[in-house]
Design a protein around this ligand. Structure first.
Ligand code: R5P
Length: 311
C-alpha cells in the first residue's frame, strides 16, 4: 500500500517538500473555518491507506493542535489503515511536569488527545523533552535535526569554538553538538522570571577569548539567548557568537531582540513556517529530507535509529 500524505494548514510548504522528496503529492484536503472559529476539515480518499498527517503545532498553537486532531479523526473515520501524526514541532512539550502546584502537564494532555483520535505512531523532531515518549501510548519516533545543523556549524565556525548550553535543560543537546563538532562544552545557569524574561546567572566552562555557538531546542521570545549572550560577554567570550536551534517560532519581539545581539548567525530549521521576512543573519535549513527519509523507512519497515536522538 502506498503512503498518503495529508497536510494541515500550519505549514503546507513543508508538507509539499516532504511529499516531493517521496515522489508523491499530498492528498486533497480542505479545512473550513466557521465564523465562530470552529474548524471543519475534509480529507479525500484515504481508505485503506497508510496515512501521514503533517502539522507542526506552533503558533497559533491551540488552533493548529485542534486542527491536527480533527484531521486525524477525519482520516481514521475515512478508513485509513494506519495513521501517523508527523508533528515536526510539538507544542506544549515544555509543559512536561508541574513546576508549581496548580499547574497542568500540557504535554501529557496533548499525548492523550492524540491517542484518543486513534494515532498509531507519532513522529517528532527534537521535542523539548524526551519524556514525551513515556507520556505517549503510541510509539514515538524522536528524530533529530542536530546533524543537519552541526554540518553547517562545522563549515562556518572556527576550530576554537566552544559549544554553549544556555540552560541546564540543554546540556545533553549541547553534548550531542559537541560530539559531532569535536568541541568543548560550557553551560549557563538560567532562571525564568516570566514567559519573556529570563535571568542568567553564571557560567560553567571557559570561553575567554573564544568564539561560541549557543545551542538550544527552540528560540521563542529570544529571552534565553539574550541572557546567555550577556553572561558569555561578561565572561570574555569573543564577539563571534553563533546560535543554533531546531525550532524557531520567534514570537513577540524575538527578531528585534536577537538583532540587537549582533550575532554572526542564527541557524534554525523549517519545522515551523517563517513568521516574517528573513533578516540576513537568519539562516534556515530544511528538515524535509529528514522527514521524508523517516517516512520512507517506516513505509519500508526499515529502522530509523540513525535519524533519532542519541543521548
Ligand atoms: C526552555 O527550556 C527551552 O529549551 C528554550 O530555552 C526556551 O523555550 C526558549 O524560549 P525563549 O526564547 O522565550 O527564552
Amino acid at each position: 500500500m502506498s503512503i498518503q500524505i495529508v497536510s494541515g494548514t500550519a505549514h503546507p510548504a513543508l508538507t509539499d517538500a516532504v511529499a516531493d522528496a517521496l515522489g508523491t503529492e499530498p492528498v486533497t484536503s480542505e479545512v473550513v473555518r466557521f465564523p465562530d472559529g470552529e474548524l471543519r476539515p475534509v480529507v479525500g480518499g484515504v481508505q485503506g491507506g497508510d496515512v501521514y498527517v503533517l502539522q507542526p503545532t506552533g503558533p497559533a498553537v491551540n488552533d493548529h493542535l485542534v486542527e491536527l486532531l480533527l484531521l486525524l479523526d477525519a482520516c481514521r473515520r475515512g478508513g485509513a489503515r494506519t495513521l501517523t501524526a508527523v508533528v515536526p514541532y510539538f507544542g506544549y512539550a515544555r509543559q512536561d511536569r508541574r513546576g508549581l502546584a496548580g499547574e497542568a502537564v500540557g504535554a501529557r494532555v496533548v499525548a492523550d488527545a492524540l491517542a484518543s483520535v486513534g494515532v498509531d505512531r507519532l513522529v517528532v523532531v527534537d521535542p523539548h523533552t524526551s519524556a514525551l515518549e513515556a507520556m505517549c501510548a503510541m510509539p514515538v519516533e524522536m528524530l533529530t535535526a542536530v546533524p543537519v545543523l552541526a554540518g553547517v556549524l562545522a563549515q562556518e565556525t572556527p576550530d576554537t569554538t566552544v559549544v554553549v548550553a544556555p540552560d541546564l535543560g540543554a546540556v545533553k543537546l549541547a553534548e550531542h553538538y559537541a560530539r559531532l563538532l569535536r568541541r568543548p562544552v560550557a553551560v549557563v545557569r538560567k532562571r525564568r522570571v516570566t514567559g519573556e524574561r529570563v535571568h542568567a546567572e553564571e557560567l560553567a566552562g571557559d570561553v575567554a577569548g573564544r568564539p561560541v555557538v549557543i545551542v538550544d531546542d527552540m528560540i521563542s521570545t529570544g529571552g534565553t539567548i539574550e541572557a546567555a549572550v550577556r553572561v558569555l560577554r561578561a565572561a570574555g567570550a569573543a564577539s563571534d557568537i553563533t546560535v543554533a536551534a531546531t525550532h524557531g517560532p520567534l514570537v513577540a519581539a524575538a527578531h528585534e531582540r536577537l538583532a540587537r545581539l549582533s550575532l554572526r548567525r542564527l541557524l534554525v530549521t523549517d519545522t515551523l513556517p517563517a513568521s516574517r521576512e528573513r533578516p540576513p543573519w537568519l539562516q534556515v535549513r530544511s528538515v524535509a529530507p529528514l522527514l521524508a527519509d523517516a517516512i520512507g523507512r517506516l513505509r519500508d519497515n526499515e529502522p530509523l535509529d540513525t535519524l533519532m536522538i542519541r543521548t
